[in-house]
Ligand binder design. Structure first.
Ligand SMILES: [Zn+2]
Ligand SMILES: [Zn+2]
Length: 324
């Protein structure tokens, strides 16, 4: 009798183990399905006639339980920047605040607050601090800051060099990395100047996304400081080779889906735009071309185009902080 009981116990333990491992497989599959859904996602892409367009000001895409991507409507700003929101156990990170300040036209703070509230309901915790940082200091990435400044439980990291160095405590810009802990979710900050002096890239340990702002995205990338950009792409490539990167996600889409062609600056309707998702091999390809160039020049790849910024736009960019 004892033997039978022992055998039955072993059999049940075996069945439970098989069940658990098959559940793990299901979870793995669904995360790859999640990535496919992101790669194939068609974002709201503006309209031929924006006066009759009914798109929301902010398109919200929830990737997993605690990771969100927002896209600003093309009818509100042709830049249509992407904004990333990561929820940790203690903090909510908002990467960029878009191209529009007006909370009535562009209710960004309200949208982040609704995410905070949703997570508070499920975890009985409404005290998560909202931390706003920026991929870089161009106005299409920080204009919504005013909605967060002065709000209880929100910290906005300024866009000036001093603010960034103070908050991230970089030991040596641009060669050393920094980290933020959102509570069970580590975010790595990688200095990547070149498109703009204060540009950073951001790696999320949970989604394994590498966020690259305007430094690397499927579009027409202007580079202000070519040498700094070459070095940044080299360091970024090195980082991506040493970490698992599921997707590289930038702040705009300007390329067309067929590759090499792009939508001109100012376009408000992009029915045939490329995927937002780039891969580490795309970064490797750009780095290989860049590292062989002695002088600045235009690079045309299937996934993106890189061009050194001319003298006059560079000057304007430095004076008004407003360019691309
Ligand atoms: Zn931009
Ligand atoms: Zn920019």
């Amino acid at each position: 009798m004892r033997k039978i009981i022992l055998l039955l116990t072993l059999l049940i333990a075996f069945i439970v183990k098989v069940e658990a491992s098959s559940q793990q497989t299901v979870t793995k599959l669904s995360s790859s399905e999640l990535m496919t859904s992101l790669t194939q996602k068609k974002w709201l892409h503006g309209a031929e006639d924006c006066s009759t367009n009914q798109d929301p000001a902010i398109e919200v895409f929830q990737y997993d339980e605690s990771s969100y991507i927002f896209r600003q409507s093309k009818c509100l700003s042709y830049e249509a920047p992407f904004i990333y929101v990561f929820v940790g156990d203690k903090k909510i990170l908002v990467v960029d605040t878009g191209a529009t300040a007006d909370k009535n036209e562009f209710p960004l703070y309200e949208t982040v607050l609704s995410i905070q509230e949703n997570h508070a309901l499920t975890k009985q915790d409404n005290s998560r601090e909202i931390v706003v940082i920026h991929s870089h200091s161009h106005s299409d990435h920080y204009s919504g800051d005013s909605q967060f400044i002065g709000q209880e439980n929100a910290t906005v990291v300024g866009t000036a060099e001093g603010d960034i160095n103070y908050f991230f405590s970089f030991k040596s810009w641009p060669t050393k990395l920094s980290e933020i802990d959102l509570g069970g979710r580590i975010i790595t900050i990688i200095p990547t100047p070149g498109h703009q002096e204060q540009a950073i890239s951001i790696y999320d340990s949970q989604t394994q996304w590498l966020l690259t702002g305007d430094t690397f995205y499927p579009g027409y990338i202007y580079v202000k400081n070519w040498q700094a950009y070459q070095a940044s792409i080299s360091r970024l490539t090195d980082f991506a080779s040493k970490h698992t990167v599921s997707a590289i996600l930038g702040a705009h889409i300007e390329m067309k889906a067929n590759g090499k062609e792009y939508y001109e600056i100012g376009t408000i309707y992009q029915p045939d735009e490329a995927s937002l998702v780039l891969q580490p091999e795309d970064l490797v390809e750009l780095n290989a071309v860049l590292s062989q160039m002695d002088d600045a020049g235009i690079i045309t790849l299937n996934t993106l185009i890189v061009e050194p910024l001319g003298f006059l736009p560079k000057l304007i960019s430095s004076i008004v902080g407003l360019f691309l």
